[in-house]
Unconditional design. Sequence first.
Length: 479
Amino acid sequence: TDREKKYRPAYHHTPLYGWMNDPNGMFYKDGVWHLYYQYNPYGSKWQNMTWGHSSSSDLIHWNHEPIAIRPDGLGSIFSGSCAIDKEGTAGFGKDAVIAMFTSAGTSQMQSLAHSSDNGESFIVYPGNPVITLESEARDPNMFWNPETKEWNLVLAHALDHEMLFFTSPNLKNWTLQSAFGKGIGAQDGVWECPDLFQLPVEGSDEKKWVLLCNLNPGGIFGGSATQYFVGDFDGKKFTADTDASGNVVTKWMDFGKDHYATVSWSDAPDNRRTVMGWMSNWQYAADVPTKQFRSANTLPRDMKLFTQPDGQIYLASVPSPEVDALRGKLSASVSGKTVGKKGFDVSLPAANDGVCEISMTLDGKNSNDATITLSNKAGDQVVMMYDPKAHTFSFDRTKSGVVDFSENFPAVTVAPTFEQNGKVALRIFIDKSSIEVFGNDGKFAMTNLVFPNEPYSRLSISSPNGKVKVSDLKIYSIK
Ligand code: FRU
């Protein structure tokens, strides 16, 4: 239908039809990025979970592949991870691709499968399940730890708001080592979809561990969202960094409403830690105004750690370098301009229904807030505001187009800008039904769905209460 065409993303991963939630089991092998996802091939609401599969050689163009894992006698196939068993520890051969997922039947159990055709199809392990617990636990995320020479696994102990840490020599026999989370960070709802990885801290020789913890509800703007903890991991136990008063600071990976179940690719090249999130929110994912397909994933993002003046270490989400290849014709360019109340307008590219990338730097030093408005002739508008005094960037989608399908959809989301000099360099990616904003090389990221009645066609920038300097404004159409 026209509506399907109108909102189907031009450059974000999405299934051809049917329902999708969490990205699952991503791994990289032989030049191919594999992406699995929670998939219902029979309808556009959550049910009959399988692992759908897509593959890509550039993280942008995705091939639709046959369903990789289907429900079996233990239940439907919930979220999980993949890893390459380089040593053949599990007995499925050297370099076997191993999947670990939750079998969701009468209870939630953890199961194994392996692939001998590079992830096209999987054979479930006849000895499943490999982990059973009394209470709800799911979304196993495992990786080979080269330092301890054993497998590590993080499992979400959903209702207990904690992550469980296991070790194994062979992916089949697991020993529970520790738990992390009780009373720490955002505690509402359930804890789901963990990930754990080590990253260098920018500007130092230090390395730190990052524990991703998706939770629903209880997200920063209601419903689902991704929090994370930075700390240390000794192969058995995770300890989170604290602030000067000994408290663990609650940290969010994205400051929009539509970023969930984010996990990373295993075995990515060049020590990259690349992630993708589900671009929706459990509050209204089944009600969004599309029917043939429901939901897309975020742009791929590479992870970095940076330190703030108070010593706290935060996670940056940088659009993966592959995304740059999407840049098409430069449709507008403004090198420098100081704007006041009146501001200025530029047209957005009309080609390809207005999908585009906008970049600019706002210098808010000694000045006032800046307002960036996207609008169209139907009267829809998205209003973004950078407030250099409060060090915040906000996004108002209350009048962005079709918003009435859920009372939880119209919203204003706000990010800390993490800058010290008043300058914010922005990259704004507009697709047919989503807007992603990245500030200062990913120090903050903000992902929000929008359903405009027609594509946004104008960009206006002004400073309603003073003046602000805009430089290096560039608008690229998307190839
Ligand atoms: C998160 C989640 C996971 C679960 C999956 C089921 O969105 O609830 O915890 O494995 O979805 O589809």
